[in-house]
Write a protein that binds this ligand. Structure first.
Ligand code: HEC
Length: 150
């Protein structure tokens, strides 16, 4: 009798264990697949030499910037806001800041994952929106505008 009981207990423990393992594998497969398809999507875009940003997308980025970013970075990109000053946000109109090895890849990553005191936006925006935001932020760089006018 005692033997039977413990066997039963063992069986149900085993069943729970198996269920747990099955669930874990299902979750792992699922998130692995999602990560994979995400990175594939990223790669495709990179291969196309970063998607070009259409005027519509840039206009959309401008609206997003006003809504989500301007409280720290200011509508003019100087980050001369109370929050921007407190958190040490960079001045995007300062040519010296752009000299500091600031490529699109890094900016996309900073907006997606956050950086220092800046929150992550990867869950709020699509990759296209983030790429458009980077293009929009780049336009604050006056030195770039003046060099491309030459
Ligand atoms: C809560 C304030 C805050 C908000 C909101 C915010 N930022 Fe920032 N941002 C910062 C701070 C602070 C930094 C400087 C981070 C550092 O260098 O440690 C920063 C840095 C950046 C950088 C430079 C990243 C780098 O690699 O040096 C970019 C680009 C940027 N922000 C874009 C955005 C965009 C686009 C949005 C809106 C989607 C946004 N930020 C919203 C505070 C903010």
């Amino acid at each position: 009798m005692r033997f039977d009981l413990s066997r039963q207990a063992f069986r149900s423990t085993m069943m729970n264990f198996v269920k747990g393992v099955a669930l874990f594998i299902a979750l792992a497969l699922c998130s692995g697949y999602m990560l994979h398809s995400r990175s594939l999507a990223g790669q495709e875009k990179q291969e196309k030499d970063e998607p070009t940003v259409s005027p519509e997308q840039l206009a959309h980025a401008k609206a997003l910037f006003a809504e989500k970013c301007a409280r720290c970075h200011g509508l003019d990109g100087t980050s001369k806001t109370v929050l921007g000053g407190m958190l040490g946000a960079p001045n995007f109109t300062d040519a010296r800041w752009w000299k500091n090895d600031v490529d699109d890849k890094r900016l996309v990553q900073s907006i997606t994952e956050g950086k220092g005191e800046m929150p992550a936006f990867g869950k709020k925006f699509t990759r296209q929106e983030i790429v458009s935001l980077v293009a929009y932020v780049r336009r604050f760089n006056k030195s770039e505008a003046s060099t491309s006018n030459h």
